[in-house]
Design a protein around this ligand. Structure first.
Ligand code: NAD
Ligand code: MG
Length: 394
């Protein structure tokens, strides 16, 4: 029986993963080693009961008692706190879904790879902050990483049977988000509720807002570079409002292989779950005649500076990705809390990158995870300072 663990089981990706596992037979077909979640204890307990999980972990120690009570008499072991989440990754599973949001997803993924597990990677922050270390960890333990981000799953699928040396360009698409046509003065007044309303995809709050600012696509540019080992100049972003084409790979003979599908993460999750096979998935089949038209446009670097910042990060390399992601997470927290306006998120990130480049230098390649986590911490401190200065000036 195949064993699985899901980190971030209660989130958008986690719930879709549980849905696919349920459709494949649930507890009859899979041994569920560990499920982790946050404050949604009722959902985590339901999932653990349904999949007869051996271990359920909440990230929050104050939620331990509630989880313990909800799972009383089930045989599921209960734990709480960040350390318990990392330890859950030490219980080896054949297939591990990494779907915690943010840099908190870094450690469990590393631990899972160290046990040779196949890592289905939704947590793009792992590659952005520590790409070379993560890929090296996988190689060291003969473990496999499968991309779950829709664009990267699309590229991965377009590359099956191809020689990476023949790849001339990789194009990842962006819907453009809810603010695609907004001007600068509208963007200055954008609220979190407006930013979270993604036109095509139903996702967690944070990635939805990152899609509106194009920070999500910025993270994905770096993710593409790190996962596929492709030069940044060969990676392009194309705005495609319908979100039907997820990525295109261009080869040296001029051919472009495009991956099309509905905006349903169960495709990418299912591909990773069934890989190297393809199996039936419960996603809508596209009716292209009804869709009629697919539009493409270049992204606007002035209204959406995140992409340009990502290019800078890729050029700097080293610890820049960790600083970029951490600064973005802090800026996003403050935007969600209503403390800074939408365009200020990019300003915060730009300032943090500039300050840390002067202070300590970001070009050093990290040799271990501690270096990455130190930079993450430092960037958060600098980002808080940048936000405070902005508020003082406002
Ligand atoms: P979400 O907010 O819906 O869920 C996040 C999960 O992580 C929840 O289970 C939550 O409890 C847990 N979590 C949050 N903070 C945590 C912490 N500090 N420690 C431990 N657990 C924590 O997020 P999501 O939309 O499912 O996204 C998850 C990851 O997948 C992100 O990295 C995101 O970028 C990536 N991703 C998501 C989608 C999507 O369609 N939702 C698509 C592509 C990639
Ligand atoms: Mg994506």
């Amino acid at each position: 029986m195949r064993s699985v663990s899901i980190f971030g089981a209660t989130g958008s990706i986690g719930v879709n993963t549980v849905d696919l596992i349920r459709r494949e037979g649930g507890a009859r077909a899979f041994r569920t080693v560990a499920l982790t979640g946050g404050r949604n204890i009722a959902r985590l307990a339901d999932q653990a009961r349904e999949l007869q999980a051996e271990l359920a972990v909440t990230a929050h120690p104050e939620c331990y008692a509630a989880l313990k009570e909800a799972l009383a008499g089930t045989g599921t072991e209960v734990a709480a706190g960040p350390e318990a989440i990392a330890e859950a990754a030490d219980r080896r599973a054949d297939w591990v879904m990494s779907a915690i949001v943010g840099a908190a997803g870094l450690l469990p993924g590393f631990r899972a790879l160290s046990h040779g597990s196949t890592l289905a990677l939704a947590n793009k922050e792992s590659l952005v902050t520590a790409g070379p270390l993560l890929m090296a960890e996988a190689r060291r333990h003969g473990a496999c990483i499968l991309p779950v981000d829709s664009e990267h799953s699309a590229v991965f699928q377009a590359l099956v049977g191809e020689d990476i040396a023949a790849v001339e360009r990789v194009i990842i698409t962006a819907s453009g988000g809810p603010f695609r046509t907004w001007n600068a003065s509208q963007l200055a007044k954008a609220t979190p509720a407006q930013a979270v309303a993604h036109p095509n995809w139903s996702m967690g709050q944070r990635i939805s807002i990152d899609s509106a600012s194009l920070f999500n696509k910025a993270l994905e540019l770096i993710e593409t570079k790190e996962f596929f080992g492709i030069d940044p100049e060969k990676i392009e972003v194309l705005v495609h409002p319908q979100s039907i084409v997820h990525a295109l790979v261009g080869f040296n003979d001029g051919a472009l292989m495009a991956h099309l599908g509905p905006a349903d993460m169960r495709h990418a999750i299912g591909y990773a779950l069934n890989w190297p096979e393809r199996r039936k998935l419960p996603v809508e089949r596209l009716d292209l005649a009804r869709i009629g038209q697919l539009d493409f446009e270049a992204p606007d670097p002035v209204r959406f500076p995140a992409l340009w910042l990502a290019r800078q990060v890729m050029e700097t390399g080293g610890l820049a990705g960790a600083a970029f992601n951490a600064a973005k997470e802090v800026a996003l927290d403050h935007f969600i809390a209503g403390a800074i306006p939408f365009p200020a998120m990019a300003e915060v990130v730009e300032q943090v990158l500039a300050r840390l480049s002067c202070d300590s230098g970001l070009t050093i390649a990290p040799v271990d995870l501690d270096m990455v986590l130190q930079t993450d911490h430092l960037a958060r401190v600098r980002a808080e300072e940048a936000v405070q200065e902005m508020q003082a000036q406002a």
